[in-house]
Design a protein around this ligand. Sequence first.
Ligand SMILES: [Zn+2]
Length: 310
Amino acid sequence: MRDRILREALRVKSRESERTAAEKAELRDVVLAFPDVAEARSNYVSAVYGAPRSRNRASDGRVDDLREEYLATLARHGYSENDFLPDAPCPSCGGTGIHDGAPCDCIKDIFVSLLEKECGVSVEGFSLDDFDSSVLPATGQTELLRSVYGLMRTYTDKYPAVGKHIVLLTGATGTGKTVLAEAMARQMIRRDYAALFLSANELNKLMVKAHTSRYPECDSVLDDVMSADMLVIDDLGTEPRYRNVTCEYLLTVLEERSRRKLSTVITTNLSVERILNTYNERIFSRLSDRRTALVLNLEGEDLRTFVPKR
Ligand SMILES: [Zn+2]
């Protein structure tokens, strides 16, 4: 997904450059048609092409003078030669859009705005750094949230070098799971990674679409779901469950993403035990295996054992 969006950003950038070059060429035609500019340029160009045959210091000096005169005439109209030249390729990336393995600054704004458009999360908004336990009552729940936010901050900062590719956030409605998952996705986008935020219902619809499409469309429907650096599945358990689709595709998504070492963050009101009853043994074991999944209950489970030492 990130590569696709990067390619799209490069296409947008190159269309912008072409547009700018065309506008500059148009401006050049207009300015060079001003009578005084046309005359100054004609004198200068004639001297340039006349000079090589009888090149000497005097003719070179005359070319320089006529060039100065031409530039001064342009300046009187408020222009310089640079106003007509196409933009030079970016010195950092040479126009490739990649600098030190990351999107170059020259396409960063385009890249991030495309990411934002497709990710379902805005870049601006509550971030993992914005959590302020001092404004909350000093309760065990606040302390728990503070630990979780710190832990998730470390997690997103370390990506892709994270050992556990599944983060399961459980807890009742109102415990802040979705806000936390959104803040994680936002953090990933700020780090130039592609995050995709989907409700379980939206994901389910995509899975049904993939199931009912023929090859190769079925393959491309879930492309971003399979390749986003971080996939958030919000409110697992609220989606309608379809035979041969919901469990089967969900397991495929989880397994394929783990195989690719990509992060999947799931929020759910279901307890881990209810996941077993609602889905199946294999999904349950994927989501609850603490060797590969971080299971965080936002309702008071002791998190100290999960908080990494700094
Ligand atoms: Zn660049």
